[in-house]
Design a protein around this ligand. Structure first.
Ligand SMILES: NC(=O)c1ccc[n+]([C@@H]2O[C@H](COP(=O)([O-])OP(=O)(O)OC[C@H]3O[C@@H](n4cnc5c(N)ncnc54)[C@H](OP(=O)(O)O)[C@@H]3O)[C@@H](O)[C@H]2O)c1
Length: 265
């Protein structure tokens, strides 16, 4: 008998995760939507129709990760989308350490813990999508911890792609470029470079259907830009990606104590 199609999506209350949950529900999956905002999850569930469920969990905490890994261990999921992620903006040394550590916990620690729980029970045909970023390929001054976490997610996923393919479990890193979401207004980015969450998810659904990997960059333009920045000498790539940065000593301390949220890339 074909196993039931069941997907767990983290960060499903907004942006790319919400679009993922909606697309998987439309494709016949029973979806568990995970995030912190219960009201947003309830709204999503009412849009997706009956049969889906949600879990309120803060994945930057040990309790939130445990609640989610317990669910992954207890229930039989065929797809896990590790999507929840956030960023700290500003010079690393001028932003609170706790903010950066919370980003590490969410973007890396939770991804590893959930992947482990999912893969322990995964059967042939199952799929794990780790949402990384085009910034996982190049360091980004002003988002140093974020781009380093995404390099981790991409590298981790590539190794898992290789390890899991013999048992028929499909793993890939999804690398969106600039995507218009709540946390990424993208006002400063040329419109031809900005994708919608639905466009990003369409690439991921295609990658799931055709078992693409180990890395899937969202769209041809992002793929070209990623290739160009990878080919540049590292100092040139840093100059390009850090061009929007002013020297720290010219900025006031308050503007450097940047927010922990948006914009993500
Ligand atoms: N937007 C872009 O340009 C872009 C580009 C490349 C990669 N990405 C990556 O794509 C993913 C989604 O980004 P997005 O732009 O769609 O983000 P978003 O619109 O800000 O949504 C983030 C989602 O993550 C959830 N979340 C945040 N912190 C959480 C926590 N501690 N525990 C559980 N859930 C948490 C949020 O829900 P609650 O607040 O309800 O918890 C929300 O559902 C991230 O991994 C991001 O790094 C985004």
């Amino acid at each position: 008998m074909t196993p039931a199609k069941r997907a767990l999506v983290t960060g499903a209350s907004a942006g790319i995760g919400r679009a993922f949950a909606a697309a998987l529900a439309a494709a016949g999956y029973t979806v568990t939507a995970v995030a912190r905002r219960a009201d947003r999850l309830a709204e999503l569930l009412s849009e997706m129709g009956p049969g889906h469920d949600h879990l309120v969990a803060d994945l930057s905490t040990a309790d939130g990760v445990r609640a989610t890994t317990d669910l992954l261990t207890r229930e039989h999921y065929t797809v896990l989308v590790n999507n929840a992620g956030t960023a700290v903006h500003g010079d690393f040394a001028a932003t609170p350490l706790d903010d950066s550590l919370a980003v590490l916990d969410l973007n890396c620690r939770a991804v590893v813990a959930l992947a482990h729980a999912f893969l322990a029970g995964a059967e042939p045909g199952a799929a794990l999508v780790n949402v990384s970023s085009t910034l996982g390929h190049t360091p980004k001054p002003g988002m140093s911890v974020y781009s380093a976490t995404k390099a981790f997610v991409t590298s981790f996923s590539e190794s898992l792609w290789h390890e899991q393919k013999a048992r028929g479990v499909h793993v890939f890193a999804l690398c969106p470029g600039v995507t218009a979401t709540e946390s990424q207004q993208a006002d400063d980015v040329p419109s031809w470079l900005v994708q919608t969450p639905q466009e990003v998810v369409a690439h991921a659904i295609d990658a799931l259907a055709h078992r693409k990997g180990p890395t899937v960059v969202s769209g041809r333009r992002n793929a070209v830009l990623t290739t160009v920045t990878r080919l540049l000498p590292r100092t040139a790539a840093l100059a390009l990606l850090g061009a929007d940065r002013e020297p720290a000593h010219r900025k006031g301390a308050s503007s450097e104590s940047a927010l922990i949220t948006p914009p993500n890339r």
